[in-house]
Design a protein around this ligand. Structure first.
Ligand code: LLP
Length: 431
């Protein structure tokens, strides 16, 4: 469910016409719906009411301060992967005591920062990391709260670049080694064992891999709880969203169709997992990113040229792979729609950006209404892993971001000025 809908032929975000936003703020433009963020957060939260749980939103999905602040207002926790993300959360009104810190390569400085701020748990991924955390905590004369990330060796059956829970991946500690490592951790003077964590991958559209992984973890977690008085078990993120056009219509019936097709919903997720998790008597942490933010954002782009080569119909837009890399990087599908509904015959179009790489393509051979220069298109489901993965490739400035709240909107990140892109650069004087 999301709040991007046509009204009188014009695409709106909540009560605001997208056309008004691009007119005022230019293109390309990211537009987020506050209500959609809130709806997703509360839908997941409600589905889990029977469970002692804490949602730790994965900041990497969309780290705009206004987005973080919206979630902090719901008492959300946060899953961070760098000192920078933790700083963002704190600046946006989040609390370190509700944050978990993930990642295979935390530096000493990052560990120190997280400990000083009072992080809820550092999710450690290796013995050398545990040793480093112990050393930093000793220096700070405090105890570091840690959970170990278990690699349960379960195939999430998602895109190869975003699957994480098998022994082919760099993540976590093999399941078989966990009990020995907890024994070792309990002997490290400056660590306090907080819990245990897993994350098997992202954009999972079926519940089975979650069930398989949790089932596998339950006996281990029970033993660990007995031996080390765990407080929490994080089951990671990964709930997938619907990118599919037939489903992502934003209509009220959308959930029903989702369920009918056996697609993962928070209700199904809860229905299958809560009975397995509740008997553990632990606080269950979740780290959803995409589920919360994915369908809460769009990228609006202007049509610059229409180029017909006889063989192909190219719609050349002003957004590029530097603004939204998912199609180029993961062959990801994003629904593309005009911001003003058009009648007439569709044409099979490739929507492409201006960058000199064939990968700079948003879709190929997709039926689209006939577009002309100056029209605008919206790429849907661009609320997660979209702006956060943007770059300045081709010395292109990053788009502005807007947050809509009912009939109001706010510029929540200014468009970068082109000159600012090389402000940190220096030409050396060699004399
Ligand atoms: N927890 C951990 C430890 C993670 O590594 C991730 C995502 C999450 C939680 C959140 O996963 P989510 O609920 O959003 O699926 N850039 C890729 C996705 C990378 C995901 C990385 N880890 C994409 O655009 O599809």
């Amino acid at each position: 469910m999301h709040h991007f809908k046509y009204s009188k032929g014009e695409l709106h975000c909540e009560g605001v016409p997208i056309g008004d936003l691009v007119e005022e703020h230019g293109s390309p433009l990211y537009v987020y719906s506050r209500q959609t963020l809130l709806d997703h957060f509360s839908r997941l939260d409600k589905a889990l009411t029977d469970l002692d749980h804490m949602i730790c939103y994965a900041v990497k999905a969309n780290s705009n301060l206004a987005v973080l602040n919206t979630l902090a207002s719901q008492s959300s926790g946060f899953d961070v992967v760098s000192e920078g993300e933790l700083m963002r959360v704190l600046s946006a009104g989040g609390r370190a005591g509700q944050c978990v810190f993930a990642g295979v390569g935390k530096t000493e400085q990052e560990i120190e920062f997280a400990l000083r701020k009072g992080i809820y748990a550092i999710n450690a991924e290796s013995i050398p990391e545990l040793e480093r955390i112990d050393r930093v905590a000793a220096r700070l004369k405090r105890k570091a709260p840690v959970s170990l990330r278990v690699n349960p060796n379960v195939d999430a059956k998602t895109h190869a670049k975003i699957t994480t829970g098998t022994y082919e991946n760099k993540f976590g500690v093999p399941y078989e080694e966990i009990e020995g490592l907890y024994a070792r951790m309990s002997r490290m003077k400056h660590l306090s064992i907080r819990g245990v964590q897993m994350h098997i991958g992202s954009q999972l559209t079926q519940v089975k891999p979650f069930v398989d992984a949790v089932r596998k973890m339950v006996p281990l977690v029970r033993n660990l709880k007995e031996a080390h008085a765990l407080e929490s078990f994080s089951i990671g993120g990964g709930i997938g969203i619907v990118y599919d056009p037939a489903l992502a219509s934003g209509s009220a019936k959308w959930w029903k169709r989702e369920e009918a097709k056996g697609i993962l919903t928070p209700e199904l997720y809860a229905q299958k997992l809560v009975p397995l998790l509740k008997p553990l008597g632990l606080r269950i942490l979740l780290e959803p990113g995409r589920f919360i933010a994915g369908n809460a954002g769009i990228l609006v782009t202007r049509v610059e040229y229409v180029k017909n080569t006889g063989k192909k119909h190219f719609v050349i837009v002003d957004a590029a792979m530097n603004d939204l890399i998912r199609p180029a990087f993961y062959e990801a599908y994003h629904e593309i729609v005009p911001i003003v509904r058009k009648r007439g015959q569709h044409v099979m179009a490739d929507v492409v950006g201006p960058i000199c790489e064939s990968g700079d393509t948003f879709c190929k051979g997709r039926p689209l209404p006939r577009m002309k220069e100056g029209d605008y298109l919206a790429m849907l489901s661009a609320g997660a892993y979209a702006f956060t993965m943007a770059s300045n490739y081709n010395t292109r400035s990053m788009p502005a971001e807007i947050l809509v709240h009912g009939a109001k909107h706010a510029l929540v990140r200014k468009r970068q000025s082109i000159r600012s892109l090389w402000r940190q650069e220096r030409v050396p004087v060699w004399e």
